[in-house]
Design a protein around this ligand. Sequence first.
Ligand SMILES: Cc1cc2nc3c(=O)[nH]c(=O)nc-3n(C[C@H](O)[C@H](O)[C@H](O)COP(=O)(O)OP(=O)(O)OC[C@H]3O[C@@H](n4cnc5c(N)ncnc54)[C@H](O)[C@@H]3O)c2cc1C
Length: 300
Amino acid sequence: MTHDIVIIGAGVAGSSLATVLAGHGWDVLLLERRQLPQHKVCGEFLSPESQASLRAMSLYDTVVALGPRPITHARLIAPSGVRVRVELPGTAWGVSRLALDFALAQAAEHAGAQVRLGVTATAVQTSAAPYRITLRSASGQPALVQARAVVVACGRHPLPGLRPDRAEARARPTYVGVKCHYAGVTLPPEVRLYLFGGGYAGLAPIEGGRTNVCMLVTREAFTRAGSSVAAMIEAGPRSYRRARAAGERGRRRAGRHWSASGRLGSLRANRRCGSDDSAAVWRRHGNGASRGRGVRAAGQ
Ligand SMILES: Cc1cc2nc3c(=O)[nH]c(=O)nc-3n(C[C@H](O)[C@H](O)[C@H](O)COP(=O)(O)OP(=O)(O)OC[C@H]3O[C@@H](n4cnc5c(N)ncnc54)[C@H](O)[C@@H]3O)c2cc1C
């Protein structure tokens, strides 16, 4: 059987595209190597502009149903302590990737797309149509599918079959992204960015009254903090500690922490997660409903 289109990657891009095309009657196969729902290292800030895109794709109500937290302004804090408050051009949203990616994949399925989780595309043969995509299931089972069109929506992951250019990859600095959700943090409707040598930390309110703390730091800064996500977030830069002391007493971690590493600036040069906690996250949420069988109820 030849699909109209195979979309590789059920992130925001892949699932949105799958929803739109399936809604137009296309035969869509959406592949995702991980199980859903899953955490992703991200600031979890949806800009005001994104709402127009969501409306255009009939996905606005899907995201509203997740209870995103409104964010009206940004606050930048320099290492010197100088603070700048910036009004956003509209109301942004804070919503976790755990909820967002899962909801978008479900929307794709409801629109008629076939969603296969735990399936990795390992190679794409594009010399002649129909294009052939080689798959590997979670159990290691290989398979082949065909499509009239292929969209690679793998995010920062390398294109299947294309190896990173090692020399180019080595020339770029490596960054480490870390993230953790907290409860008990009182944050106004703002995204807060603490800038410091070697990176920045962003705080954003998200659904369920939690706060996402996300940092992007150089590999050197991460190593200095003991190469541990918890140490990086807990120790943090000087200004971050000051902020904690000022207004974030009573906070507590609302879950595990997550990290990913890669070289910015080139899709081909990006690398896989350094210490992805996906297995632990899976157990923590205890949801076996979607494993390899399409996208079912979240049941977090
Ligand atoms: C530290 C950090 C903070 C960020 N903060 C923000 C923010 O606050 N707001 C914002 O808008 N953006 C933010 N971004 C950027 C944002 O995360 C990306 O722009 C967004 O995730 C890209 O979406 P995507 O769908 O293209 O890719 P992704 O969300 O990365 O999705 C790609 C999917 O493809 C899957 N996949 C990969 N390879 C394969 C394969 N071979 N077979 C099958 N599936 C595969 C992956 O598992 C993944 O689910 C941040 C990025 C970083 C690193």
